[in-house]
Design a protein around this ligand. Structure first.
Ligand code: NDP
Length: 439
């Protein structure tokens, strides 16, 4: 097996294929660990932790602590986060070495169904190829777009920008809006449409919007980017359709990610790509060329790390293991947005459930967490449970609350298992918790 791409999906597949006895080589042109470890989930979550101290330090005063005025040092947090990333990158390399995978730090491209070429021109033959090259930030074309940064660069900023404009209303936009706002930057989210986090439950999204605005984050809707102009003092002026221009010290573009297939040689090798450049695969991760497979973001199914890992595992078990082929079940996958406060969801939204099932029952808990009450923080949480009106089966749970992703991971098991609201009600609460609202 030759794996191209050393991210979550590729590393898992390489390691498991080797465990099953395959001779495995893997090539990564940048850093082992991929988007998640190097410039995604992991450093982002560490910044979210760092940002949360801003509120915790304020709230602490209501809990009796004398907290002096505190100063935040971006460079210190940035460097600590980047060191942690480097430590994890090392562990990825070690895991591969321990499994006797041949690790190459170079770009590799496909030159035929069973042939890859390394950057130095070396050609290698292999029985199977796994494409696990992930995705890449998509930046719309507009004059001055070269002045913007993406999630690739945001972890490396020299200094904390005083004013940040964020293009997009999705995961990255809302997560970084929360992070920069807590660090003290003036944040404006600029969205081409009129909704943030499309795909999440409407009531939950509205709650995040309302809380974000209360925290001081500004929003511009129906305002596509026209241009970015660099000013003489080095700052940026963002020109929008339908809105006044906005001055900024940094512009972060978070308008989705595209599959990383450019220049990989896939089409020449006969691999079918979709209109966005994603590798088309069947349930077994096999492309239109039988010896070439793909997993993770490069297939543009669900762009989440745990999904890529499952696909990598399923591929390796199916192709190199002893048992029957296993296909990943892409239904009922829980997800979270690490905004301030975070959102978490599993299953159908209320709107989707009504469209699909007709009869639905919605249970709602709209409450102020007790910690917020004592802290004088007027920030309410919302937990929604959507049930099939006929069978009572829970078809979706949606939350915006402190620690919502932690609660959701456990609740998602019940939804996946097809439990009913009665099953939840039969469970005694743990008191006092936020999760007891579920039962
Ligand atoms: P998202 O898909 O979440 O959001 C993209 C946003 O950009 C939407 O608001 C979309 O608007 C807007 N947009 C899309 N195209 C354009 C365009 N041409 N011009 C202007 N605006 C545009 O993308 P992100 O970049 O935030 O994140 C990429 C992916 O990475 C996510 O989809 C997710 O799968 C993954 N991710 C997951 C995280 C997590 O699990 N917590 C965290 C970060 C990323 P519209 O709604 O109108 O389409």
């Amino acid at each position: 097996l030759f794996v191209i791409g050393g991210g979550s999906g590729g590393v898992r597949a390489a390691r498991i294929a080797a465990t099953h006895g395959a001779r495995v080589g893997i090539a990564e042109e940048y850093r082992y660990g991929g988007t998640c470890v190097i410039r995604g989930c992991v450093p982002k979550k560490l910044l979210v932790y760092g940002a949360h101290f801003a509120e915790d330090l304020k709230d602490a005063r209501h809990f009796g602590w004398d907290v002096p005025d505190c100063h935040f040092d971006w460079q210190r947090l940035r460097d600590n986060v980047l060191s942690e990333v480097t430590r994890l990158e090392g562990l990825y390399g070690q895991t591969l070495d321990n499994h006797k995978v041949t690790v190459l730090k170079t770009r590799a491209t496909v030159v035929g169904p069973q042939k890859v070429r390394l950057a130095d021109g070396t050609e290698l033959t292999t029985e199977r190829i796994l494409v696990a090259t992930g995705g890449w930030p998509f930046v719309p074309e507009f004059p001055g777009s070269e002045h913007a940064i993406t999630s690739n660069e945001v972890f490396h900023l020299d200094s904390l920008p005083k004013r940040v404009v964020i293009a997009g209303g999705g995961y990255i936009a809302n997560e970084f809006a929360g992070i920069f706002n807590e660090f003290g930057s003036k944040v404006t989210i600029v969205n081409r449409g009129d909704a943030i986090l499309r795909g999440y439950d409407e009531q939950i999204r509205d709650r995040l919007l309302q809380i974000s605005m209360t925290k001081g984050i500004e929003f511009r809707f129906n305002a596509p980017f026209k241009s970015i102009e660099k000013q003489d003092d080095g700052s940026l002026m963002v020109h929008l359709d339908n809105c006044d221009p906005i001055a900024a010290d940094a512009v972060l573009v978070a308008t989705g990610r595209v599959p990383n297939t450019k220049g990989l040689g896939l089409e020449a090798a006969g691999v079918e790509l979709d209109k966005d450049g994603a590798v088309k695969v069947d349930d077994n991760n096999q492309s239109s060329v039988p010896s070439i497979y793909a997993v993770g973001d490069v297939t543009n199914r669900i762009q989440l790390t745990p999904v890529a890992i499952r696909e990598g595992q399923a591929f390796a078990d199916s192709v190199f293991g002893e048992g029957d082929p296993v296909a990943v079940d892409h239904s009922c996958i829980p997800s979270a947005v690490f905004s301030h406060p975070p959102i978490a969801a599993v299953g159908l939204t209320e709107g989707e459930a009504k469209n699909q099932l007709g009869s639905v029952k919605v249970y709602l808990s709209d409450f102020r967490p007790m910690k917020n009450v004592l802290a004088g923080r007027n920030e309410r949480s919302l937990i929604k449970m959507i049930c099939d009106g006929d069978s009572g089966r829970i078809v979706g749970i949606h939350m915006i609350a402190p620690e919502a992703p932690e609660m959701m991971q456990a609740a998602a098991i019940a939804v996946k298992a097809g439990l009913t609201k009665e099953d939840f009600d039969a469970t005694t609460a743990i008191h006092p918790t936020m999760a007891e609202e579920l039962v």
